[in-house]
Design a protein around this ligand. Structure first.
Ligand code: AMP
Length: 250
């Protein structure tokens, strides 16, 4: 089975995000970037499928500007076999990414598309669901465990109040949640080997899909600052403050 894994380049999760002074978005110039953490989990899972013998090829795909190649190199260093870079300078929203990924899925005919449940920059949590709908394939989102049997996959999902297990026919789209695995660090020899693995460059404009934005961002702002707390001397004072000042108890 071939596994297609979609990876996005986002701001490094360890970097403190700053809103641009004109409130049109967040600052990305001179900011450290990395693979979206949920996409790392997707790559790790795909590589483990190959190691376990349930997959025989792992193809990483990313859409974005030239620098998306760095993210693809990371996927290759983690163990993906080859990569497809959909090149565009355009701002991509989930529907546009889903349409581009559909073209690649139609060409590659994978048995499984695995991707992050959300990108930590836009927190959309939409692309996997839209891709499944466009392909007409089953979807299992927020996966915390995946097991293959007889041409199907049992996917355990994290839902409110517990775990749910779905059985999906393949091909399917699966999106990853945090507990699925702990992604490996790429070793130096594998980083070196990854430099020789092929990255197929495809111009987004030549893929024949409409990638124009459908959503307009009106304003981006910092979350409100938390106000400083106060110290109380004893429980009686706490109860009085909760009752008289905060008015949260009767
Ligand atoms: P989102 O719907 O934006 O929260 O993103 C969910 C997932 O879709 C990500 O974790 C990626 O697997 C995939 N994805 C989003 N944007 C891109 C992109 N530009 N290139 C490749 N995959 C993407």
């Amino acid at each position: 089975m071939k596994v297609l894994v979609a990876v996005k380049r986002t701001i490094d999760p360890n970097v403190k995000v700053r809103v641009k002074s004109d409130q049109t978005g967040v600052e990305t110039a001179n900011v450290k970037m990395a693979m979206n953490p949920f996409c790392e989990i997707a790559v790790e899972e795909a590589v483990r499928m190959k190691e376990a013998g349930s997959a025989n090829e792992v193809v990483a795909v990313s859409a974005g500007a030239d620098k998306a190649q760095e993210t693809l190199r990371t996927a290759l260093a983690m163990g993906a076999d080859r990569a497809v870079h959909i090149v565009t300078e355009a701002e991509l929203q989930p529907l546009a990414v889903a349409r581009l990924l559909k073209v690649i899925a139609d060409e590659e005919q994978p048995g499984l598309v695995i991707m992050g449940k959300q990108a930590i920059d836009d927190d959309s949590n939409q692309t996997g669901q839209m891709l499944a709908a466009l392909l007409g394939w089953p979807q299992a989102t927020f996966a915390s465990e995946i097991e293959f049997k007889d041409g199907t996959a049992d996917v355990t999902r994290e839902i409110d109040g517990g775990l749910e297990t779905l059985n999906v026919n393949l091909p399917a789209v699966v999106t990853t949640d945090l507990r699925l695995n702990e992604p490996r660090y790429a070793s130096l020899p594998n980083i070196m080997k990854a430099k020789k693995k092929p990255i197929d460059r495809r111009e987004a404009d030549a893929l024949g899909v409409d990638i124009s934005p459908r959503l307009a961002i009106h304003k981006v702002e910092e979350p409100p600052k938390r106000e400083a707390g106060i110290k109380v001397a004893d429980v009686a004072e706490l109860v009085a403050k909760l009752r008289d000042d905060a008015k949260v108890i009767g």
